[in-house]
Ligand binder design. Sequence first.
Ligand SMILES: [Zn+2]
Length: 250
Amino acid sequence: MSARSALQDLKGRFYRSFYRKEQRLRLDRGIVSLTFDDVPHSALENAFPLLERAGQKVTLYVAGSVAQPDAATNNERFISLNEAKRLHQLGHQIGCHTFTHRRPRPGTDEAYVNDAIRNRDLLQKEIGGDAGRHFSYPFGALTLGIKRRLRWEYDSLRSARRGVNVGSVDLAHILADRLYSRSLDREYIVSQLTTAQERRGWVVFYTHGVSNPAPDYGLSVSDFEWVLSRLQASRCDLLTVAKACERIQQ
Ligand SMILES: [Zn+2]
């Protein structure tokens, strides 16, 4: 293990150790959730027709400032709040990703928390239902102070820390594996699904855009098709994060 990944590993353990929102997992079957962060318009164009055809529902974590009409970052266009609302009406889940897609630093924990809650309130006002009640940390970055303060503001908070949630889950720091074409390890993904299935755990995946050529932080269309086929072939139930939380809290 390199010094850098050892440090990352240590940081991950640190964040997992405190201010947990512990939930025991007593499941009859494994669960898999597919999530999209930000959400680039390319996912709407290329992934959602395939999800619709497959009858699968997913979770989208939306940052209100990038979901404004005409907002574009690095020439990438993101889905609007109206588009998010349409997806919500189709049964997909809309989660919160702070308003300004911010990092914890520079700035205070309080500013971060206010930014997150501003976005949650916006999503609830514009979309309604359960929109905004679940969260993912932009860049997977957090501080213990942020975790402590946000854990009761949201039903769940998704990290970018790899691993299958087995035995129990920290709902303030749900483990999740990324799906990026540039680093896609198919054997690893299949083994994560197998672990969730055999140990009746919960595996969560995240990505961003879906296009050809593959975006840096997303999937090519064929890789997305492969992922979807593996999810469907697994004997885990494919649920949104909200439905997964309902299931595990039964
Ligand atoms: Zn993001």
